[in-house]
Design a protein. Structure first.
Length: 614
């Protein structure tokens, strides 16, 4: 992969050398939300939110059915508008506290801010809980009439229609109140324990104490010994902390099982499917298509890669190793920025203009530093503000793709913000569309710009690995979660039992070219999605396969694709996936849909094989 400027570094280098090569990395400006945790604007926001929540409850509780038969200031539309304003205010407070906390989870002051904010927001939400429960007790015909007769209520039709889907799983008011208030001392508490434990972990590699991100980054180094040392350091530290991670996993799984049982969900993932507004059959078809494709995708590719590395079998720590003769250059931040913005601009200048704001207006936090949340994310905050992007940028080609991915989310969130606080959130099944599409645009621009056979092979291999990580690996994660949550119903699981379930799905998905050796059985413990968003992971595979099909439409489209694409992003959560994909001639309920997406990955592997023989 060729970039404008690249700085070669030794195979194993310290943090200072890496930092100098990266250039100036931006940190985000959270003062766009509030000046500080001690500022008058943050304190007044807390006071206003608390007072407004109580006032809203006093004004509307027990009166929504009557309001549904009126319009104007006394009608249901007015109540919905007030509720949306409160949702935005509470979301702004929560976003500020959360982003401050994730900037440095090891800082006790940040932890206190986050914990206090969560507690206060839960108290405020308890005054608003009646609203959705009471709405769902009103006869459907009355709500339909309100949407037809009150233009303001009609504006919220998509949200009201979605809300009705929760009816079969809704409990009585007192139980819902209990679930809400107890969340602070159950799931939320164990989520925070995981985050703070993970932030404090240190991994000793070659005498150097490293945080998680820098240690994982060493698995992409060209030196096999460095990769081995990093893997062993990861395994050792994970093993030392397995007792905590096992407790967290058992507790959260049981907590979910209790909630699902009370809410009458049949399948362990049904509550996630409902939240995603996707049918279980669609997700089952995706998982089946991917697992059946393991031999054609991951098994086949890793067998080729083992040969390139001169091995009969790769060790599990070699999975993301660079190819022989691959560049080990550090990519400066400014080059990554220019690469992504250029790719976005070639597709649509307005998309690049939105993405550029993240750089110019300090909406990105890029340095990898102790205490900072690992991984990467784009946080939408609320429509009255703007999204923020967190990455841990270390200058690898994969980091450039991560930047393209998260900026895709950011662009999507900006465009969907016009739907307002209640309807801007995109279901997870479509939330990965813009991010994966942004990655694909960046990859294709770089690929089209290289003529060197070695560079082309290297780029194709990296892209195939990213797609395998996004599709194969995430479906394997989904299958692992299903096994863990199913087994947990029969009693508490030991670390050894969880490790055995982890190895079973890893061996199946990675194939015979990867040697699974002692130590890898602990690696389930660091995946944050298992903790924060159970069963979230299939959304990555959903998004990748969808975008592969979408990109094929783009390549063959004469005109109109960009406009339809922007309409898809602007829709936010106002339309079902079937309605959004219809203009592109795509249907996720068609079992063959997933094979179309998977065939693009297979085609890239075909191209790699052809290059290898040429």
């Amino acid at each position: 992969m060729t970039f404008k400027t690249s700085i070669p570094l030794p195979a194993f280098s310290g943090a200072e050398a890496t930092s100098a090569a990266l250039g100036d990395l931006p940190t985000w400006k959270l003062s766009d939300l509030y000046a500080s945790a001690d500022s008058p604007d943050y304190k007044s926001a807390l006071e206003k939110a608390a007072n407004d929540a109580k006032a809203f409850e006093a004004k509307w509780k027990g009166k929504l059915e009557a309001a549904a038969k009126l319009s104007g200031n006394e009608g249901l539309g007015a109540a919905l508008k007030e509720y949306e304003a409160l949702d935005d205010l509470l979301g702004r407070i929560g976003s500020f506290a959360g982003l401050t906390y994730f900037s440095d989870t090891s800082n006790p002051a940040n932890g206190k801010l986050y914990g206090d904010a969560q507690s206060k927001l839960t108290d405020m939400s308890s005054h608003l809980l009646f609203f959705t429960l009471e709405l769902n007790r009103i006869n459907d015909a009355v709500i339909d009439a309100a949407m037809a007769n009150d233009p303001l209520a009609g504006h919220y039709r998509p949200w009201l229609v979605d809300l009705r889907k929760d009816k079969p799983h809704q409990l009585d008011d007192r139980l819902e109140q209990l679930f809400l208030e107890k969340s602070m001392t159950s799931a939320a508490a164990f989520n925070r324990l995981f985050d703070e434990t993970m932030a404090d972990l240190r991994f000793i590699v070659n005498g150097e104490s490293l945080a998680l991100e820098r240690t994982l980054n060493l698995l992409q180094e060209p030196d096999p010994e460095t990769r081995r040392m990093a893997a062993e350091a990861l395994s050792a530290t994970f093993k030392d902390n397995l007792r905590v991670f096992t407790l967290i996993t058992n507790t959260l799984s049981k907590d979910r099982e209790i909630a699902d049982r009370w809410r009458n969900f049949e399948d362990i993932a049904d509550s996630r499917h409902l939240a995603n507004r996707v049918e279980r059959e669609v997700v089952d078809a995706l998982a089946k298509a991917v697992t059946e494709a393991y031999p054609r995708l991951s098994h086949r590719y890793y067998k080729m890669k083992a040969k390139w590395l001169g091995m009969e079998q790769m060790n599990y720590w070699d999975r993301n190793a660079p190819l022989p003769d691959s560049s080990n250059a550090i990519i400066p931040w400014e080059d990554a920025k220019e690469t992504v913005l250029s790719a976005y601009g070639d597709f649509a200048p307005e998309m690049a203009d939105i993405a550029r704001r993240f750089f110019d207006e300090e909406w990105i936090d890029a340095p990898a530093r102790p205490g900072k949340a690992p991984g990467a994310f784009a946080h939408p905050t609320v429509p009255s503000a703007h999204p923020y992007v967190l990455v841990n940028y270390l200058g690898k080609p994969r980091d450039v793709m991560t930047l393209a991915h998260e900026l895709g989310h950011g662009v999507h969130q900006v465009l969907a913000g016009g739907q307002g606080a209640l309807m801007c959130a995109t279901p997870l099944t479509l939330a990965e569309t813009a991010s994966v599409f942004g990655e694909m645009l960046t990859f294709r621009k770089l690929l089209d710009g290289t003529k060197d056979k070695r560079e082309r092979k290297d780029m194709l291999a990296r892209k195939v690995e990213d797609m395998i990580n996004t599709v194969v690996r995430q479906i394997a994660f989904y299958e692992f979660e299903r096994k863990v949550h199913t087994a947990r119903k029969d009693g508490e699981l030991t670390a050894e039992q969880i490790g055995a379930l982890w190895l079973s799905v890893q061996e199946e998905s990675l194939g015979p070219a990867i040697k699974i050796s002692e130590g890898y059985e602990t690696w389930w413990s660091y995946v944050p999605h298992f903790i924060h968003s159970p069963f979230y992971v299939y959304a990555y595979a959903f998004g990748d396969c969808l975008v592969n099909s979408l990109y094929a439409v783009y390549q063959n489209a004469d005109t109109g694709f960009r406009d339809k694409y922007f309409e898809l992003l602007k829709a936010g959560g106002t339309k079902h996936h079937s309605e959004l994909l219809k203009p592109f001639g795509l249907d996720a309920t068609d079992p063959s849909f997933w094979n179309k997406g998977l065939s693009m990955i297979e085609g890239l592997i075909d191209e790699l094989e052809a290059l290898d023989k040429a």
